[in-house]
Design a protein around this ligand. Structure first.
Ligand code: GCW
Length: 668
């Protein structure tokens, strides 16, 4: 297998202790699968690389349908519990079976087996079934064709350079990595589709797109493209992109036919419309459903999907306007057409109503919409959460979103149920994340940010995994199986989200970041701007009243969430300032005043970063030098960032409120 100048991350297949796996893996039978199938070939290649690297076994004997100690078997039979893309690992009487319903499942099964070997787990008596929780499990890349990455913190794009599409060893390793954790869809280009990227759906690029799509297909991944809603104007020279205009429809019909002729396996299109300056159906007085359905109808004959983003809000708000509430915009723009969307449209909803803040309530579109296919969008790229300088393990945040009960019906009403298709019995559902990769040696800038890259895929495949389980897997696969390393790195990862929250914006209010770059503190950075992201602090208090007495946002939820959020007493405290305007001397459940809570958490946040650093330093001997150094260097930057946040936030609120810190610590 081609190896390049980049890390193999969790597929490094370094030497492991053999806990008995060696006894099975050298004698392999394919039962019901063809060794000629492209994905089976990849699964076998991976098995080969894995056992050679980890167990020192040079090769295996492969037999078709004969008995062997490792049987790769197609699961058929009516009593099968194995579903599409699922697999089962079973050991009985000295025979290990990887059973799968299809080739993708086999690939995932082999990855699952190699994971266990890498974690030095015994396979004796194993019986474990893994079916994917969500049908669609996607990474969205915000890569631009000039090679830059919007909100990228790990170097340049490995999909594009100088307006060309790249298909090489790195893209293959990317496909290996993400498929090994269960990703089955990838959008390669930024949702802000401009310039050259608009041309991705034309002959200029379609040959290369096909090459990449075929590479992905080997690994059970469907390639998707983000498209420019104004393509009929920009590419076709039409005067309009009105979805109800017959000429516009005709243009798209021809374009889509040509796209699918060139790339038959294309998954479909992702569309950011009427959002942050991108064109969309609103320009023509049409609804989001009009826009999405027009494309969906035309792409349907090819089996394509339209993933339509719900990130629609007014980004030219006047900060003086206290009635308009950005948090309400997504729901208001989409709820009216619930039920109008065609079945091959999936609405892609950011986890919160604002924008990937460290703490937000879950978007009320989940649970609000009942007759529309939905998928969740989270951000693995750490735009607002430390930009892969600060450690911020995001799986606990994603877990909270999945576990959120929308109360849209009595049972099966968690976000996890909705995006699994259990709530409404629909097929076209899923989960997507904005990816955090680039062409840095280690893919993710910070080596610890790879835990998010790995973890999102694992969580998407198996909603039942805990953040701790995923962290442990990643540490064992990537850093070490040494118990001390596992324990300490787990501690760092698992506390990191709360630590980040402590030294940044308090209690769900969000933002307070440096405008544009979104790294570092600027308490009023967005306070008097057009983006609708205000904290409204004055000398008496802080927060936005989103109760029914305020903007009414709380009313977008189902009961009892609506009531809980509406009430100052019952509102979950971590979201207090998102929903309520609160005086500085308001007593929290801890008995502390709000202002004291702000001071305390900011001092604690910095202290906890120092503790994280000490923990990391105690592992110097056990972690490879380069990884150790890269992380250690970033931790210095994190500490500096945390101090700056602490001092600016504390000084800001001390100066506004005039209330001193009870503990008399230094505030400037
Ligand atoms: O968070 C904002 C980002 C933009 C991004 C946008 C979106 C791709 O700051 O960079 O644009 O969200 O999600 O569309």
């Amino acid at each position: 297998m081609e190896q390049g100048a980049w890390s193999q991350l969790w597929l490094a297949y370094e030497k492991r202790q053999d806990r008995g796996a060696g006894a099975y893996v050298a004698d392999v039978a394919l039962n019901g699968f063809s060794g000629e199938h492209r994905t089976v070939k990849r699964a076998l290649e991976e098995l080969q690389a894995g056992i050679r690297g980890m167990l020192g076994i040079e090769g295996y004997r492969l037999r078709e349908t004969a008995e062997a100690t490792l049987v790769l078997k197609r699961g058929t039979g009516a009593d099968q519990e194995i579903q599409k893309e699922g697999f089962c690992l079973l050991e009985k009487d000295g025979v290990l079976t990887v059973e799968a319903a299809d080739e993708s499942g086999l690939l995932y099964g082999v990855a699952g087996l190699l994971r266990l070997i890498a974690m030095e787990k015994s396979l004796a008596g194993i019986c474990s079934l893994s079916n994917p929780s969500s049908p669609l499990r996607m990474y969205d890349h915000w890569d631009n064709m000039d090679g830059s990455i919007e909100r990228g913190y790990s170097g340049h794009s490995f999909f594009f350079r100088e307006n060309e599409v790249l298909v090489d060893g790195r893209t293959r390793d990317y496909a290996r990595l993400v498929s090994s954790v269960g990703i089955n869809g990838v959008v390669i280009n930024n949702v802000n589709v401009k310039q050259a990227a608009t041309w991705l759906i034309t002959d200029r690029y379609l040959d290369k797109v096909r090459e990449l799509a075929e590479l992905f297909e080997d690994y059970g991944i469907r390639l998707f493209l983000a498209v420019n809603y104004a393509s009929p104007i920009e590419l076709g020279g039409l005067e309009s992109a009105d979805p109800l205009d017959l000429e516009v429809q005709g243009w798209w019909r021809d374009r889509i036919a040509q796209v699918y002729q060139a790339v038959p396996s294309l998954g479909g299109f992702l569309v950011k419309a009427d959002s942050e300056g991108r064109p969309g159906p609103f320009t023509y007085g049409r609804t989001q459903a009009d826009g999405a359905n027009m494309l969906a109808r035309l792409i349907e004959p090819y089996g394509g999907l339209i993933l339509w983003r719900c990130f629609v809000y007014n980004c030219t708000q006047d900060w003086r306007d206290r009635k308009t509430d950005r948090a309400k915009a997504g729901y208001d723009s989409f709820i009216g057409q619930d039920g109008d969307y065609l079945d091959n449209v999936i609405l892609q909803i950011k986890n919160g109503p604002m924008d990937f803040q460290i703490r937000e309530p879950v978007s009320p579109l989940f649970g609000g919409m009942r007759k529309t296919n939905q998928m969740l969008e989270v951000q693995v790229a750490q735009e607002y959460t430390g930009q892969q300088i600060d450690v911020c393990y995001l799986i606990p945040l994603f877990r909270e979103v999945l576990d959120f009960d929308t109360y849209c019906q009595e049972d099966n009403a968690l976000v996890s149920d909705i995006i699994s298709g259990h709530t409404f019995g629909n097929q076209n559902t899923g989960i997507a994340a904005v990816c955090n990769t680039g062409d840095d040696f280690n893919w993710t800038g910070s080596d610890l940010a790879a835990a998010n890259f790995y973890g999102f895929g694992r969580l998407a495949f198996c909603h039942g995994l805990t953040a701790e389980e995923i962290a442990e897997e990643w540490i064992r696969l990537t850093l070490s199986n040494e118990e001390e390393v596992v324990r300490k790195v787990k501690k760092i990862l698992l506390c990191s989200r709360e630590v980040y929250e402590k030294y940044t914006s308090p209690l769900g209010i969000g933002w307070m970041v440096t405008p544009n770059t979104h790294y570092g503190c600027s308490v009023d950075g967005y306070e008097y701007s057009r983006w609708g992201t205000y904290h409204r602090a004055d000398h008496l208090g802080i927060g936005v009243d989103r109760s029914m007495r305020g903007t009414g946002y709380a009313g977008q939820y189902q009961k009892p969430n609506a009531e809980r959020y509406d009430s100052l007493q019952d509102c979950p405290e971590e979201l207090l300032l998102f929903f309520h305007r609160v005086p500085y001397l308001h007593r929290l459940k801890s008995g502390k005043t709000l202002i004291q809570h702000i001071y305390d958490t900011h001092f604690e946040g910095v202290e906890e970063v120092e503790e994280m650093i000490a923990l990391w330093e105690s592992l110097k001997e056990s972690i490879s030098g380069e990884v150790y150094d890269r992380v250690r260097e970033r931790m210095d930057r994190q500490l500096e960032n945390a101090r700056e946040w602490r001092d600016q936030v504390n000084a800001y609120f001390y100066r506004k409120s005039g209330i001193p810190d009870e503990k008399g610590r230094e505030i400037y």
